[in-house]
Design a binder for this molecule. Structure first.
Ligand code: ARG
Length: 486
């Protein structure tokens, strides 16, 4: 897996002194005593939020420009801060957080800025609070994370379409209640998963859209007292709109919930796909084979070939769903405005995005490696799968469906009592049970005929699947954010 750019670890918290004398530096004036060490451990979040440093610097550079335009900073001061922030970015990019002891990423960036430009750094936080700052940073990060996640979902969608394309000729049992129900094409099974993940892709985009509201300018809760141009800030930082209410802006984490929900939905869909892969690759089903690259052996049993990729993905879905409970519970019952509880939102969001980043690529790879086993599919298809088709044969001869169902039910019972398949019953037996049966009844017992008869849009005939594949391809070809060409 490629290393995501924002995941350098902050290392141990020793060494570099802070310009403000430790973690109380941002607000030390009011306090006499130092923070208790165990409180500090609870309080500090640098190890989690360090990955927001690029967004923090980007937001700060825009903020310095906004303060300058509002007449709070001189051109010179704004220029100095901008240069200083660029140097901080270069330093963090080069050396990471090293041995910083700062409380969080915001205090880290500010301390390094003091090192670069001296006392003028103290002007940057004018009119701003870490409350609107962290909300802005996280929304910037979330939009990028959403687009990376969407790309991974698209890779899986491509793999599913390709599997559907190479399985068009194959008929397999379709299941309800995990009992053989009706024949379908293997493509139909693969595409069933495609549409679920396509909906997830659309959900990721909607979550990114919810994130695209700018909180900066809201201050701690009441709004910025200097005339910053929030509309300019919005354009500068690439947000869709600005928040309408400063109190809401500093505490709104709805988009985080949406993103984590999408993650849990993807987790659930991955888990269901995984379950099918586990079942289908078992000896008992034997419908398909996953590539060696996605299976493991056993240290004890030499014959084993385990579908671990699917089991691991199914397992990961647990934490994706857990994060949803975590974020909803975190927010429930918070009084209006920013509350420190909200610091926990990041660990949950990052875990969801990291888990998806870990799990989607091997699942796409596994689907890409999957091959259906035609001989085995033919072996397991039982003519009882065509009982519905038999009832439909009578319907075509004018018999009401309910009565036809009853007739075929009797035939199934007779076949079962004789230890025969439905298609092995002689014509006379059909005739005895219902006079509407003709000699051509045995034509019902053809897999191709059955799937081809289902040619409605969404059905499993060749033409219906062809249209479905074309529609799927259209969705994949559409540029991000656009509706597919019709
Ligand atoms: N680390 C904090 C968070 O994630 C930053 C905001 C802190 N604000 C404050 N008023 N203490 O929410």
């Amino acid at each position: 897996m490629s290393k995501t750019p924002d995941r350098e670890s902050p290392g141990s918290l020793k060494g570099e002194g802070s310009h403000t004398g430790g973690t109380g530096g941002l607000w030390g004036g009011r306090f006499e005593g130092a923070m208790a060490p165990e409180m500090r451990t609870l309080n500090d979040s640098l190890s989690i939020d360090f990955r927001l440093w690029r967004q923090d610097i980007r937001g700060s550079r825009s903020w310095a420009r906004a303060l300058c335009a509002a007449g709070v900073l001189s051109e010179d001061e704004a220029e100095t801060l901008d240069r200083g922030l660029a140097s901080v970015a270069a330093r963090l990019g080069r050396r990471g957080v090293e041995r910083a002891t700062d409380e969080d990423v915001h205090s880290l960036v500010e301390r390094l800025l003091f090192k670069e430009v001296g006392e003028v750094a103290g002007k940057l936080h004018t009119g701003r609070s870490r409350n609107d700052q962290v909300a802005t940073d996280l929304r910037l990060w979330g939009q990028e994370a959403a687009s990376r996640t969407e790309g991974l979902v698209v890779d899986l969608l491509e793999a599913l379409v390709e599997l559907a394309e190479r399985s068009r000729q194959l008929v397999m049992p379709g299941y309800t209640h995990l009992q053989q129900a009706q024949p379908i094409r293997a493509s139909q099974w693969a595409l069933a998963h495609f549409w679920a993940f396509l909906r997830d892709r659309q959900r990721v985009r909607r979550a990114a859209d919810s994130a695209s509201v700018l909180p900066l300018g809201s201050g701690a809760i009441a709004g910025c007292p200097f005339p910053v141009d929030r509309e300019r800030l919005r354009q500068d930082l690439g947000f869709r709109s600005i928040s309408e209410n400063s109190v809401d802006a500093v505490s709104d984490r709805d988009w985080v919930v949406e993103m984590i929900f999408v993650g849990s939905m993807i987790g659930v869909h991955l888990s269901r796909l995984a379950e099918d892969l586990v079942l289908f690759s078992s000896t008992e089903f034997g419908f398909l084979r996953l590539g060696d690259g996605y299976c493991t052996g056993s240290s004890l049993m030499p014959q084993k070939r385990n579908p671990d990729v699917a089991e691991l993905a199914r397992g990961k879905s647990g934490r994706l769903v857990g994060n949803l409970t975590g974020i909803l519970t975190l927010i429930k019952g918070l009084p209006t405005g920013y509350n420190r509880d909200l610091q926990e939102d990041k660990a949950l969001l990052f875990d969801t995005v990291d888990t998806l980043t870990l799990t989607l690529p091997p699942m796409a790879g596994a689907v890409g490696s999957a091959e259906f086993r035609r001989a085995r599919l033919e072996e397991v298809l039982d003519s009882q799968l065509l009982a519905t088709d038999l009832a439909e044969y009578l319907v075509r001869r004018g018999k009401p469906f309910r009565a036809s169902h009853e007739v075929v039910g009797k035939l199934v019972r007779i076949a079962e009592a004789r230890g025969r398949s439905l298609n092995e019953l002689p014509f006379e037996t059909f005739r005895e049970v219902d006079a509407a049966f003709d000699r051509d009844v045995h034509e019902v017992f053809g897999w191709e005929r059955s799937v081809e008869s289902r040619s409605v849009p969404g059905g499993s005939s060749t033409s219906a699947i062809q249209s479905q594949l074309e529609e799927a391809r259209r969705h994949l070809a559409a540029p991000p954010g656009a509706a597919p060409a019709s």
